[in-house]
Design a protein around this ligand. Sequence first.
Ligand code: F6R
Length: 611
Amino acid sequence: MCGIVGAIAQRNITPVLIDGLKRLEYRGYDSAGIAVVDAEQALDLRRSVGRVASLEQICDGVEGHLGVAHTRWATHGRPAEHNAHPHTSSFQVAVVHNGIIENHHELREAQKQQGFVFSSETDTEVIVHQIDWHMQQGKNLLAAVQATVGELKGAYGLGVVSKQETDVLIAARSGSPLLVGLGENENFIASDMSALIPVAKKYMVLEDGDIARVTTDKVEIFDANGQAVQRDIRISTLSDDEIELGGYAHYMKKEIHEQTRAITETLEGRLGADSVLELPFGDEARDIFDAAKQIKIIACGTSFYAASVARYWFEEFGIRCDVEIASEYRYRKHVVDPGTLFVTISQSGETLDTMAALDMAKGLGYTNTLCICNVAESSLVRASDLTIFTHAGREIGVASTKAFTTQLVVLLMLAICLRRRRVGDGQTIDDMEREIVQELRSLPQQIENVLDLENDIIAMAKHFTHKHHALFLGRGAHFPIAMEGALKLKEISYIHAEAYAAGELKHGPLALIDEDMPVVAVAPNNELLEKLKSNLEEVRARGGKLFVFADQHSGLTSDEEAMVLEVAPVNNYIAPILYVVPLQLLSYHVALNKGTDIDKPRNLAKSVTVE
Ligand code: F6R
């Protein structure tokens, strides 16, 4: 989603801004732009639709020591040069903006009366005119931004420069992440610390309502009441190693293959000889787990499917668990049972709907809040009572892979901790826990074995290249795995894919089956296998083509109508984590055959910071 970079220095900052934008590309965007205050104290504005590389080509000769830059993911107004940020007000002030301004219609009408001329369809343009107007009334840049944000309704992360104050960069935040990176006689702002890896290790996170006045050697922060405040200086742990492709053609492929390491690191220090340890989850973990009588999990997209798998585990272990999509949860009424632990799951920790759901939950009487997250420096982590990190490492491909499997690992560990309280005294380890823990330990190797199926999956993927639709089937905890498989295929190959609980076939979707509708199924050897086999026979009887990932002992074999890839036997609880991997590979190779932009699929963003 949209990204912000800004810089103030004694050197030319254009290369820093362009490099920062490139580092934010993974978030997803459709246009980019830069505004630099040049040696003549004029605003040099360059914007283009498409990749940052195209913007770079039109930035030759742009030089200055102060500027802001932006990658835009269209919300108000189509992707077009005139809608790209920065926006200026008669080249006096330039603004980059993440978020959405809800009262932009009213402001626009008032500003038209004042004589401002609009050159875009964006909600952002009202911000820059409003700042300009306040400066025309005699305010300095800081005061003009303070006055303006007081008139905005909605969410914003802002970077602002003016040709009238060439030694000041202003940043403001409410509901959209923004931080200040600290350099040596130079300072920066960014929506995501990864933009600043080469230029700043130290940084400060702005809180909602904060406005920062940034110069080359000073950062002053004022809260929503205009009071000067201090924010903690943090040290970033991000490094360039994580963003190297390392010989892979795409981040998605790299991240699929990294799952063995990501899961090993997620388990690291959290397993005892035969149990899940609680202490590594934090000092408060034990009390929070003790108090949790049931749980409610909120998430979006792939993280929601992780929650949906986990629901089967929790309920199998006797713990009531409700799972809901954040964007639905936040707009309805709730009855909260005492002792409910509120859990959010998010790779990025910045998903606006999930954040808003957590905000809302805090006022509703949940006992505690816990988040499962991959990004230590994220908003969700800061807002939660307890965080359990998925140590997946940076995920850059828009389609989530290693974040999903590590979320599942964390959720299974959480389910085991709560189960111990349900079936025993909370301390005693029983055989079932021992068995699951041993299986978790062997999971990285089991994933490695599934990755070895890649050549067979490449052969399978060829059958999908010219298809327009696909159906994914699973039963039990593998139904959400089928949903996740379908989501992966549609996201990156643009093939329409639907997932169904296999038992639902005859209630409607069977009507779709013909030779043009490939049917993908996951068939582990569990108590639902025979039921699933009957469902697959229903497909076969109607001329459907089957592509099945099945346990070696399932009895399913390849023939004219079915391509079956065998997966080694696996413990039932672990199976969903394993079976999603071939589905990820299948989507990847279908997309590769179709030649789509795998790491940055059209219309999608990695971090969904707007509603
Ligand atoms: C799909 C995908 C998205 C995200 C969703 C939530 O591959 O990545 O569906 O899962 O946007 O994002 P997070 O987990 O960052 O809250």
